[in-house]
Ligand binder design. Structure first.
Ligand SMILES: Cc1ncc(COP(=O)(O)O)c(C=O)c1O
Length: 448
């Protein structure tokens, strides 16, 4: 008889983690470096008992504790998590470290599963460190994805090798299938290597460079599971002969190296997976994730937006156009036949792009957004300049290729200027109700 199992279940191999954990539990004296167990005597038994007693002491807090919560997780915990991460990174960026972007999960492993499922279809590609966390390789295998490995050096990924891998994917036309780079950035499992902040920024820059050819954003999934699992910020300093010279309090790599969230201008490409398992209690399995802003998803999905420009008499005029977004700027193209809006923009570059039509923007849940920015007309090569946008265009409207093939029949349609918009401020209505007050984001990094 045929199996009733799904393709995913059939692809899923016996996870090695189950055996590793069972072996460790059956042999308490075994120091297992593989299964991610933390040190038993350091587990906070008393603190956890006191907290649970506090919570269950009154019916009000007790019932709330034992009842279902919201999908994103307890607001206080999300606020606390966002503030804590901001403190660890030592920068002030309330927009990035905001509770709105935090999701509480059942261990950071759930975050790794959810992110990969949200971005990847079977056959897609992820880049990983070689070697990497074997549970992540299990996710890759069961979801039918391909992992490409990148060598590591003493401070993280070998960037030259990352570039080689990206180039080879580009040459083979496989970049549209590449969705993310997965890095375990602190005391990596299994090598113990901590990735320097400079490397994270350099990796993000490289990914961005290849996004145009990919036709969509390529994310950095930063797994920071071990970030706060260190030796209490005490570092031994050794002299040249190898003798211990002094032991002094200092910051460890975990607190010195910022997360990729801190990389100016790149936070919208970083998905962060964190956990309270390692620094607090592995058995409680509470993890969290930080997600990029939702406006990105709207822009990526939008088949139509409304571009509003100001005409010579100061009146706003609105045109429906496809927005193409490369993670930094919004691009639209306009045939020379319809050049009035181009004249208006040259006279006054202040424009706004509105995303309002749920039919033309198939994302769930739908939200409304208006992006205000400065536009520039690029028209040095009307005939072929706009073709650089074809990968982004094709990703949204595959039918464009058949139009391009017929371009000799409609020649003036394919003489096109590019309208390049640098976003300065975003107004977002998460419930899509424009009668509500919008969330407002000032994008100080947009021009970089
Ligand atoms: C690199 C890495 N990431 C994530 C996890 C998952 O931890 P948790 O789901 O308990 O947060 C582990 C556990 O060992 C790990 O080693």
């Amino acid at each position: 008889m045929k199996t009733a199992l799904s393709a995913l279940a059939r692809r899923t191999a016996e996870p090695p983690i189950s055996w590793l954990m069972a072996t460790k539990l059956a042999h308490p004296k075994l120091i297992s470096l593989a299964a991610g167990f933390t040190d038993n005597p350091s587990l906070p038994v008393r603190e956890t008992r006191d907290s649970i007693n506090d919570l269950l002491r009154s019916p009000v807090t007790g019932q709330a504790t034992l009842q279902y919560g919201t999908t994103a997780g307890e607001l206080k915990l999300r606020e606390w998590t966002a503030a804590h991460l901001q403190k660890l990174d030592g920068i002030s960026a309330p927009k990035i470290y905001s509770a709105d972007r935090v999701l509480i999960t059942h261990g950071s492993q759930q975050m790794l599963y959810m992110t990969t499922e949200a971005l990847c279809d079977a056959g897609d590609i992820v880049i990983v460190e070689d070697p990497t966390y074997f549970v992540y390789l299990g996710i890759v295998q069961s979801h039918g994805l391909c992992a490409r490995g990148v060598r590591m050096t003493a401070d993280g990924l070998d960037l030259a090798h990352l570039e080689q891998v990206l180039e080879s994917l580009k040459r083979r036309g496989e970049l549209p299938r590449l969705k993310l780079l997965y890095l375990v950035t602190y005391y990596q499992n299994p090598t113990g290597i901590t990735t320097s902040y400079a490397k994270k920024v350099a990796a993000l820059k490289l990914l961005k460079k290849y996004e145009r050819a990919a036709g969509h954003p390529i994310y950095l999934l930063e797994d920071a599971a071990y970030r706060e699992l260190n030796f209490g910020n005490v570092a031994a300093v050794y002299d040249r002969r190898g003798g211990e010279q002094e032991v002094r309090r200092s910051q460890t790599a975990a607190t010195v190296e910022k997360t990729a969230l801190a990389a100016r201008g790149f936070a919208d490409r970083v998905i962060y997976a964190g956990t309270y398992s390692k620094p607090f209690a592995t058995g409680l399995r509470v993890g969290f994730g930080i997600l990029p802003e939702p406006v990105e998803a709207l822009l990526d999905a939008a088949l139509v937006s409304e571009l509003t420009v100001v005409d010579g008499t100061g009146r706003p005029v609105t045109y429906p156009l496809i927005p193409l977004y490369d993670g930094r700027r919004i691009y639209m193209t306009s045939a020379v036949l319809f050049s009035r809006k181009l004249r208006h923009i040259k006279a006054n570059p202040k424009v706004s792009v509105s995303l309002t039509d749920p039919v033309a923007i198939p994302v769930e849940p739908f939200a409304r957004a208006t992006i205000q920015g400065d536009a520039r007309i690029v028209e040095d090569d009307l005939h072929a300049g706009w073709e650089t946008l074809l990968p982004l265009w094709r990703a949204k409207e595959p039918v464009i290729d058949s139009f391009v093939k017929m371009r000799f029949g409609i020649p003036l349609f394919f003489e096109r200027s590019i309208i390049e918009i640098t976003p300065r401020r975003v107004l977002l209505w998460p419930g899509a109700d424009a009668a509500e007050e919008p969330q407002v984001f000032e994008l100080e990094e947009a021009g970089r």
